[in-house]
Ligand binder design. Sequence first.
Ligand SMILES: NC(=O)c1ccc[n+]([C@@H]2O[C@H](COP(=O)([O-])OP(=O)(O)OC[C@H]3O[C@@H](n4cnc5c(N)ncnc54)[C@H](O)[C@@H]3O)[C@@H](O)[C@H]2O)c1
Ligand SMILES: O=C(O)C(=O)C[C@@H](O)[C@H](O)[C@H](O)COP(=O)(O)O
Ligand SMILES: [Zn+2]
Length: 348
Amino acid sequence: MHVNVVLNKTTSKDYSVIIDPLEKRVFDTKVMIVTNTTVAALHLSSLQTRIEAKELHTLILPDGEMYKNFESLNLILNACFEHRLDRKSILIAFGGGVIGDMTGFAASIYQRGIDFIQIPTTLLAQVDASVGGKTGINNDYGKNLIGSFWQPRAVYCDSAFLKTLPKREFAAGVAEIIKMAVTFDKAFFEWLESHDLFDEDNLKMAIHKSISIKADVVSQDETEQGIRAVLNYGHTFAHVIENQTHYTTYLHGEAVAIGIMMANALAQKLGLLSHEEMLRIQALLEHYALPTHYNIDDLETFYDAFFLDKKSANDTITFILAKGIGGHVMRNNIPKETVLEALKDLHA
Ligand SMILES: NC(=O)c1ccc[n+]([C@@H]2O[C@H](COP(=O)([O-])OP(=O)(O)OC[C@H]3O[C@@H](n4cnc5c(N)ncnc54)[C@H](O)[C@@H]3O)[C@@H](O)[C@H]2O)c1
Ligand SMILES: O=C(O)C(=O)C[C@@H](O)[C@H](O)[C@H](O)COP(=O)(O)O
Ligand SMILES: [Zn+2]
């Protein structure tokens, strides 16, 4: 099965997302696999037997969102220099979204840009992070605030890797699937309500559907000038939660689940989403044991942090909201009081 990402730009080439068992790949260039300790222990040897290259190198980084930073980026770049990778060399991001985002970013700046391939091993990375070329790292100010748009040459999604994924990580991926269904596809949302993703065939269907939605959005708007921002539904809130809790309490997908609830509270206040629709979305999130509540310490501080969001410009914040189930709207003129009241309502 293939899904194509078609880009109307001279700087980015089209590529395919291959959703099938990974076959042997042969490269006539130097290749460096970038992975982390967890993925290496579980799957590295099986990947290495399927990659043939002029020279094959491997870099194993520490595991965790808290390592998605300059230090790790520097480790990747230094390894590129140590192995004398050249402009024809290829990096392979082998892991979840953290490895994918950092490796993609390193590829985009090493010698002004080299190719990279995504081999995502988490559900979240298969359905979302590996597709679309958003790369980057976090810093003290917030999440993904430093990065680039740099598309992979190809994405290989092999569901066999998901067999070792812990339940919590699986659910985090489901949160991004639900995000796409709520904002883009009512029929898909209804299908999710009646099909359990713990079933292997259902999961394969949902992976294919989510990648198709994402590829379609990215094909229309590679660098988030418009519709791509809808993929950020829930994220304005989620990124603040992740940063405030130092990337140790919630997985990205879990924070997105809470962020979806916050965005929905706002959408309900604005008459865009009914109470019944809000409850249906909550029920689907809770079916996968995703968190739907976060105790905001200080509403003012929480609100102020929205201004670091990349969707904020000229002192206004753009909120991505569901318009019914299967629809979306972008709003940048919502009074602060309305936002704060919606967040208070959710707590009540
Ligand atoms: N670029 C994008 O478009 C985009 C989209 C969504 C999320 N993201 C980013 O992706 C990151 C979240 O990605 P994630 O949820 O994959 O987190 P992650 O990369 O931290 O992986 C989650 C955990 O699962 C482990 N793991 C990976 N594969 C495994 C496997 N097959 N079996 C067992 N364990 C495995 C990892 O070692 C890690 O501990 C965040 O940094 C987020 O900002 C980026
Ligand atoms: O691909 C996109 O576009 C997304 O927004 C996907 C999100 O799931 C992802 O978490 C993204 O990294 C968040 O956007 P960011 O621009 O704030 O990093
Ligand atoms: Zn996300």
